[in-house]
Design a protein around this ligand. Sequence first.
Ligand SMILES: Nc1ncnc2c1ncn2[C@@H]1O[C@H](COP(=O)(O)OP(=O)(O)OP(=O)(O)O)[C@@H](O)[C@H]1O
Ligand SMILES: [Mg+2]
Length: 207
Amino acid sequence: MAPTRSLPNIVITGTPGVGKTTLCEALAQKTGLHHLNINDVVKKHSIGEASTDPEDPNTKIVDEDRLLDVIENDLEDGGQLIDWHACDLFPPSQIDLVAVLRCDNKVLYDRLKARGYGEKKLQENLDCEIMEVLVQEAREAFDGDTVVELRGEGMGDLDGNVGRIEEWVRNWRKDNGKEEGGVEAKGEGGGKGKAGKDEDNPLFLHG
Ligand SMILES: Nc1ncnc2c1ncn2[C@@H]1O[C@H](COP(=O)(O)OP(=O)(O)OP(=O)(O)O)[C@@H](O)[C@H]1O
Ligand SMILES: [Mg+2]
């Protein structure tokens, strides 16, 4: 059955520093989808408790149930670009695509160093990227069709990712009978539900 939302919900996830916010901002500008930055939501609704780690006092432990309550209506509305370094808390029925951004460790090291991260936090994040923690989390929580990996090292990657996701959104709308000015697909013969497996799907051409 085709979802009721007329625009898809997309999670952009990955290790801190891989470029999630940069990609979401560019995508929001290009597609008009709403950038739902979970860092901002956590701050606005005070749903993060400060970590007790003295080396990492700025990290927040987030109350996931409260977070889901706060964003429930946004997810129902659809058209959200969800920017967060975790993904398995989001209900699969409300998520149409999970893009895991990946970044070369040398590049990531320089980005995190430039942020002034201490050695321990830096190493933890680099380990997270090397061990593919977010890719595994995504693949365990969502259908194979829903998860894609994207590179996030340079500006060429950024432009390419924006173009590919933009095209994926267009395909999703077509597949789910949500095209502008089109008749919404209802019941039998309606959308396929996921714009995932088609050979011409821009996100699956390059593995
Ligand atoms: N494709 C890219 N090419 C070059 N630089 C990039 C690219 N993507 C991000 N950056 C740079 O990398 C740094 C980290 O990016 P960004 O803040 O978007 O990461 P993030 O994944 O949102 O991090 P966090 O998880 O901490 O919120 C920024 O300085 C940004 O300008
Ligand atoms: Mg960010």
